[in-house]
Design a protein around this ligand. Structure first.
Ligand SMILES: Nc1ncnc2c1ncn2[C@@H]1O[C@H](COP(=O)(O)OP(=O)(O)OP(=O)(O)O)[C@@H](O)[C@H]1O
Length: 533
């Protein structure tokens, strides 16, 4: 089979999944199988399986805490080569969703797509007031295709978990569930429109980031209408030279904007790749495509601050605490080994101030430690780490001497000092005192109720003893063995007594003797097999 997955397909009994199997089995071979590594085979197979699987691969590539590094590196290269759909279909969808003829909706509409993505395609248009617009139209039938593929993926993940116990550490079903949530969110264009609107509002007073304006009267269901952004791609080196500000300033602004989203607002653009940045003619930046948004709760943000501070302070003990608070361990953690690994990890940053640390490298090393100790990182933090690594890559491409940690450092120290400010401490004490007073308020009534039940003989305590079922089964089994043993020895004795008292009874006593002996051998064999001799 193409990409060498025949064994996997056969082991899982997948040949019956014809639609999906046919795509995988009869795809035209492009490269000799022998040269392909496991990671590359996985990438090529996903690419040939279509949009949903490509998107799945992209989501999996955000989980280096679960998936091996070589596979993550390969999955990051996944590219969607999706054909566009005819402009007439796009127009029909727009008219159906917005309920008016296209000429009435827009002064101009270009039926030739400007760009085609996996979930939708983008057309240029013009507002009746002359403003250039883009209209994003969801692909026809994409919801149905994705639902079908998702259910296949779910079955496949369940089978993999059942047939390959070793694969459990990658949490295949959990990955499919995470992917399902992500893709369902991306499929809701109304959600993307709302997120774009939210960022528009948040950055209204910040001249360094421009967010396209959403035209809500022309945004509905499978359609988003927004302002057309006329700018350069951030990796267009030639155009960057013609700007009124330096490339270094552009990159520093990008990093500052991102840190502001994370540390001030707690919501961030989770896909800051070069294609989603536009540089406007005055040098300010614009971010498009708010389909994937990360949310960082205050508690998680504080953990991230603690992580970075303790690396800078070289405090291994605190770092162990942070790690155990951030992640969920799949199995018991070897604290000594974890401490040793974290000591080695922070040793690499000895004497390096926080603003000079390579955030991307540091976070990648940190995730590797989590992976080694089978500690799962929450999805939001993984999304943030991945976005920071992407951003660092973009920034270093246009301004190699820039370190995005310089833009992060002020937030880290500000948040840390805010947490230990007397007002913050007083507020924490107050909130804990409130919870405590609630407990104290409810306590007399609860104690009274419990004592009342005790006095009326109505108090029931339900005890669940872990492993008690197993113990009962074992006791049943031992009892049965004992009973069989007793019957067996009585039969042997009885046959011996019968034989010695009357030799004519040999035809009865010999078979009984032999039957009891066989029963005895079977019993001994059973005890041997159970390993509890
Ligand atoms: N407001 C805009 N102004 C100008 N061009 C835009 C705008 N929005 C989108 N585009 C163009 O359309 C392309 C696709 O847009 P977008 O990334 O939002 O689509 P997508 O369906 O999310 O893509 P994918 O599924 O590949 O992530 C962009 O790369 C950009 O070239």
């Amino acid at each position: 089979m193409n990409y060498g997955f025949d064994d996997l397909v056969d082991q899982l009994g997948l040949r019956r999944y014809l639609r999906w199997g046919r795509r995988l089995l009869f795809w035209k071979r492009t490269e000799p199988e022998i040269k392909l590594t496991r990671a590359k085979r996985i990438r090529l197979a996903l690419e040939s399986l279509g949009v949903t699987f490509i998107k799945f691969g992209q989501v999996v590539s955000t989980r280096p805490d679960l998936v091996p590094r070589d596979v993550v590196a390969e999955l990051e290269k996944l590219q969607e080569r999706v054909p566009s759909f005819p402009g007439e279909i796009a127009i029909a969808i727009i008219e159906r969703e917005l309920g008016e003829p296209i000429d009435k909706l827009y002064a101009e509409f270009d039926p030739a797509p400007l760009a085609a993505g996996s979930l939708g395609q983008v057309h240029k248009a013009r507002h009746h007031d002359g403003t250039p617009l883009v209209v994003k139209v969801k692909r026809p039938d994409i919801d149905r295709v994705i639902e079908q593929d998702l259910s296949l993926m779910h079955e496949l993940a369940t089978m993999i978990e059942r047939h390959f116990p070793d694969a459990e550490v990658f949490d295949p079903v959990g990955l499919v569930n995470q992917f399902s949530r992500t893709i369902h969110r991306e499929l809701q264009f109304s959600r993307e429109a709302r997120s774009t609107d939210e960022f528009y509002r948040l950055f209204q007073d910040d001249a360094t980031l421009y967010v396209p304006k959403i035209y809500s009267d022309m945004t509905q269901g499978d359609i988003i209408t927004m302002e057309f952004i006329d700018g350069y791609r951030i990796d267009d080196e030639q155009e960057l030279q013609n700007l009124p500000i330096s490339a270094h300033e552009v990159a520093a602004n990008g990093a500052r904007i991102f840190m502001k989203m994370v540390f001030e607002f707690g919501v961030f653009h989770a896909d800051p790749h070069p294609g989603n940045f536009r540089v406007l003619h005055d040098g300010s930046l614009c971010l498009i495509d708010y389909g994937m948004i990360g949310v960082l709760e205050e508690e998680r943000r504080d953990l991230l601050v603690d992580l970075l501070l303790n690396v800078a302070k070289q405090d291994t003990n605190k770092l162990v605490e942070v790690v155990l608070n951030i992640g969920k361990a799949k199995r018991a953690v070897d604290h000594q080994l974890l401490r040793a690994d974290l000591r080695d990890f922070i040793g690499n940053y000895y004497g390096i101030p926080l603003d000079q640390i390579s955030v991307g490298k540091m976070l990648t090393d940190f995730i590797n430690i989590l992976a080694i100790h089978r500690i799962r990182c929450p999805v939001d933090i993984m999304l943030l780490i991945r976005a920071m690594i992407t951003l660092e890559g973009v920034a270093s491409r246009i301004a190699p001497e820039l370190n995005i940690a310089q833009e992060m450092e002020p937030y880290i120290y500000k948040l840390s000092s805010e947490r230990y400010h007397p007002r913050a401490i007083a507020s924490r004490i107050w909130s804990e005192a409130c919870s405590f007073s609630k407990v104290m308020h409810d306590l007399p009534e609860q104690v009274g109720r419990t004592l009342g039940k005790l006095a009326d003989d109505e108090l029931q305590i339900h005890l669940d003893h872990k492993g008690i079922d197993h113990l009962t089964t074992e006791m049943d089994r031992s009892g049965n063995r004992l009973a069989i043993g007793m019957v067996m020895s009585s039969l042997i004795l009885a046959s011996a007594i019968t034989l010695s008292s009357d030799t004519r009874l040999v035809y009865i006593s010999i078979p009984i003797f032999m039957m009891s002996s066989l029963l005895g051998i079977w019993l001994i064999y059973g005890v041997f097999r159970s390993g509890r001799l």
